[in-house]
Design a protein around this ligand. Structure first.
Ligand SMILES: Cc1cc2nc3c(=O)[nH]c(=O)nc-3n(C[C@H](O)[C@H](O)[C@H](O)COP(=O)(O)O)c2cc1C
Length: 188
């Protein structure tokens, strides 16, 4: 698989999705011949609860990954590049994208831990782009729970060397020129 497009846009006519498609057709056009799109909103996904965590832990300790919960991690590990698109929600990402990333972070599939305790990547991807839009303008003093979270996973677990954020802010401000903001973000 060449490029995995993790589409966590939840709204019809999502501006984030529009920005993501501009990025795909612009700077990522060399990779778009082979794009697999995963619509997070459509996934019938169960986050790790007591029962599923027990199954997860048993699978990891036996290195047996046939449970369906591991399908997302297996797909992610095989991608050559990753595009994640998500709206900025409550200073973070939509909960369903968090659920998905929790399953992607399956030890033994997308990363492992060596005998010294260091993380070892099991992912093929060398680049990850995170596309986001926000209603307001996010101040410097705000902790970054959106791109910052994704970037930490990408660097620490998956050792992805090229991690980039494309973000358009202030889309819900009165009188905002949404098209111009998206256009500028896609070219930045
Ligand atoms: C549930 C929810 C939470 C939001 N939280 C924030 C927020 O914390 N900060 C902000 O600036 N905008 C927030 N917004 C506004 C969205 O980030 C903004 O409208 C964004 O452009 C939506 O993207 P979309 O058009 O792809 O759905 C929120 C919107 C929703 C629906």
């Amino acid at each position: 698989m060449s490029l995995l497009f993790v589409n966590a846009c939840m709204r019809e006519n999502s501006r984030t999705e529009r920005l993501a498609r501009m990025v795909l057709q612009g700077r990522m056009q060399n990779a778009v011949q082979d794009v697999v799109e995963l619509r997070i909103s459509d996934l019938d996904m169960r986050p790790l609860d007591q029962e599923l965590l027990a199954a997860y832990s048993a699978s990891v300790s036996q290195a047996k990954y046939d449970h369906p919960m591991f399908a997302y991690a297996k797909q992610f590990a095989e991608a050559n590049s990753i595009l994640i698109a998500a709206p900025f929600w409550n200073f973070s990402i939509p909960a369903k994208l968090h659920d998905y990333l929790e399953l992607v972070c399956s030890q033994g599939i997308t990363f492992d831990v060596d005998s010294s305790g260091a993380y070892v990547s099991l992912c093929k991807a060398k680049s990850l782009v995170f596309v986001c839009t926000s209603g307001g303008v996010i101040g410097e003093a705000t902790d970054d729970h959106a791109f910052g979270y994704v970037r930490t996973l990408a660097r620490q677990f998956w050792h992805i060397s090229q991690v980039e954020c494309v973000m358009a802010q202030g889309l819900d401000a009165p009188g905002a020129n949404v098209e111009a903001l998206l256009e500028a973000a896609s070219r930045a």
